[in-house]
Design a protein around this ligand. Structure first.
Ligand code: PMP
Length: 398
């Protein structure tokens, strides 16, 4: 039965990790990762998470099944975090939130739902995008096309290209948008840029699907949700895939959510019933632990402010590393303007390094980055940044 099965293509990032692990140099650095490391190079366990977990253990709660759409307290807390405490949507009966297996699970639920229930077959993603976007939508049966996003000449946004391309898509296409801290480029839209995107999406009857995996890593929890809130104000129906993997440092617990914003309250009950079918026939219902922890933190004022503070610490450290990298590159003799690294937001930076330069970083210096030049700024720290800056300066200059 398995004899026709051929090897799947190698995952480029996993391959990078293998090469990094096999490297025996003490000064090696892995900038290819997609997780936040603290100053000591560790994935942090947040104090707010630890406190919520201790409270949960003390409860000795039985492990019954959760509802199909997940823990109600969690789903409601997700809505408040995305749309704001005072959003009229919270009481308009136009929101459906289902707890999901991370942000990835939310994207897949949304993709399956739109495919089965609305007949969508075409999705547009940014060029470039998180590499799993294409694979996930293709696996769900879609044709995946790209809209221009990154402008190499300015290391910034190609807004014109993006708007024109979204305009030219067949009417009613699904348009996947990174709400903040774009992966892999770190390049985000301004509020006025978002207004233009909303305008074209609305005129073309497209279905916006917002992916927000880094809320709190850009500016703060409110500002990073501005795209979601602008779409909410527009009155459009749309989808949001959100994730706590990064903001709670709960990667392995798989805590995310899919939120559907319906056009009016009459749509809500049928949409929820069909979404529940998608979940039920896939994994029945979600796991308890991560959602319990996140719900506890989000609904307890003391834990919430502790979490906000810890999230700010992560964000501030990333920004400090961006600034230090720009300064150290300059000190190491790089004459190009690298200040774009400081304008980019979130965990990643499109460094502008070519594939050949990335290969040299690995072979000569034991510094591993993605072939596209994406580096994880959150993997830099005081102990490795000098080595990284000097190595990047060397490959940039020769
Ligand atoms: N969307 C984007 C843009 C991401 O970068 C990621 C994670 N790397 C995800 C979704 C998926 O997040 P999760 O790990 O919660 O599934």
């Amino acid at each position: 039965v398995f004899s026709p099965v051929e090897m799947a293509p190698r995952d480029p990032i996993l391959g990078l990790n293998e090469a990094y692990n096999a490297d025996t140099r003490a000064s090696k650095v892995n900038l290819g990762v997609g997780v936040y490391y603290d100053e000591n190079g560790k994935v942090p366990l947040l104090r707010a998470v630890e406190a919520a977990e201790q409270a949960r253990v003390a409860e000795h709660a039985p492990r019954a099944y959760l509802p199909i759409e997940g823990l109600a307290a969690y789903d409601q807390a997700v809505q408040k975090l995305l749309f704001g405490q005072d959003s009229p949507l919270l009481t308009a009966n136009r929101l459906i939130t289902a707890q999901s297996l991370g942000g990835t699970g939310a994207l897949k639920l949304g993709a399956d739902f739109l495919y089965r229930q609305t007949g969508k077959r075409l999705v547009a993603i940014s060029n470039p995008s998180w590499e799993n976007h294409r694979a996930l939508f293709e696996a769900a049966g879609y044709e995946v096309v790209e809209y221009p996003y990154y402008h190499p000449a300015t290391n910034g946004l190609d807004l014109d290209g993006m708007l024109k391309s979204i305009e030219a898509l067949p009417e009613g296409s699904v348009v996947l948008l990174h709400a903040c801290c774009h992966n892999p480029t770190g390049v985000d839209l301004s509020l006025t840029d978002w207004a233009k995107v909303i305008d074209v999406v609305q005129r073309r009857n497209h279905v916006p699907f917002l992916d927000i995996a880094y809320q709190g890593f850009g500016e703060n929890l409110q500002d990073d949700a501005m795209a979601v809130r602008l779409f909410a104000e527009s009155g459009l129906a749309f989808l949001v895939a959100s994730s706590f993997s990064k903001s709670f440092s709960l990667y392995g617990e798989r805590v995310g959510a899919l939120t559907l914003v319906t056009a009016n309250s009459e749509e809500t009950a049928p949409v929820l019933s069909q979404l529940k079918r998608v979940i039920r026939t896939n994994y029945s219902n979600p796991p308890t632990h991560g959602a319990q922890v996140v719900a506890k933190v989000l609904t307890n004022p003391e834990l919430y402010s502790l979490w906000e503070q810890e999230l700010a610490e992560m964000r501030v450290r990333i920004k400090a590393m961006r600034q230090a990298l720009v300064e150290k590159l300059q000190a190491a003799g790089v004459t190009q303007d690298m200040s774009f690294i400081q304008r980019q937001r979130g965990m990643f930076s499109y460094s502008g390094l070519t594939k050949i330069q990335v290969e040299r970083l690995a072979s000569e210096f034991g510094i591993y980055a993605v072939g596209s030049g994406r580096i994880c700024v959150a993997a830099l720290n005081q102990s490795n940044i000098e080595h990284v800056a000097n190595a990047v300066a060397t490959v940039l200059q020769e």
